[in-house]
Design a binder for this molecule. Structure first.
Ligand code: G3P
Length: 189
């Protein structure tokens, strides 16, 4: 039952990290852009704060994602989790990175089928987008439950469910109840 922060604001993270309750952090290109800083500078500051699991999103085609993922992993070591989108390119990149013992978070998961493919590609984490599924009039929390059921029925333990796009406190408790292993939470929530 891990709590991650979903942000690129280093000052806020420093404050919350002191509670001892924060297990990791996720970022994405929009959050980094909003911080107005260079992504690697932000990652380094998080690492210096003491975070030991930082999702760093890579973009482009399979080759771009693999080379950038390997570079970031070499630079930041074990704290780096490489985040890729659940697209064909992203899944191929996931497979290659995972085979190189790099922890991969497959993001933009909107169905159990995507979560199955990501698991097969070696993802350490899948990130179902609870809030965005709700925005589209489907049940975001049901998605967590469905993925957790599939993994449980298949005795699949090598991929953890990281509930993302969390918009309120109630969803955090429910996501854990429905089988999320991790919730990544914006600091305002
Ligand atoms: O973790 C994903 C998140 O940053 C997107 O959240 O609220 O924009 O759907 P939201």
């Amino acid at each position: 039952m891990k709590i991650f922060l979903d942000t690129a604001e280093t000052d806020v993270v420093r404050k919350h990290f002191k509670t001892g309750l924060i297990d990791g952090l996720t970022t994405n290109p929009s959050l980094i852009r909003k911080s107005g800083r260079k992504h690697e500078e932000v990652y380094q500051e998080f690492k210096d704060i003491g975070l030991n699991d930082i999702s760093m999103e890579v973009i482009g085609n399979t080759e771009n994602m693999i080379s950038e993922g390997k570079r970031l992993s070499k630079k930041f070591g074990k704290v780096a989790t490489i985040k890729v989108p659940c697209t064909v390119d992203g899944l191929l990149a996931c497979k290659e990175l995972a085979e190189n013992n790099i922890r991969v978070n497959v993001t933009l998961i909107f169905s159990p089928d995507q979560a199955i493919l990501a698991a097969k590609a070696g993802a350490a984490y899948v990130s179902p987008f609870v809030g965005r599924v709700d925005d589209n009039s489907f049940g975001g929390l049901c998605l967590i439950k469905d993925i957790a059921n599939v993994y449980a029925k298949q005795n699949w333990t090598s991929t953890e469910i990281l509930a993302a796009s969390i918009r309120n406190v109630r969803d955090v408790g429910r996501a854990f109840e429905y089988g999320a292993n991790i919730c990544t939470i914006p600091t305002k929530v």
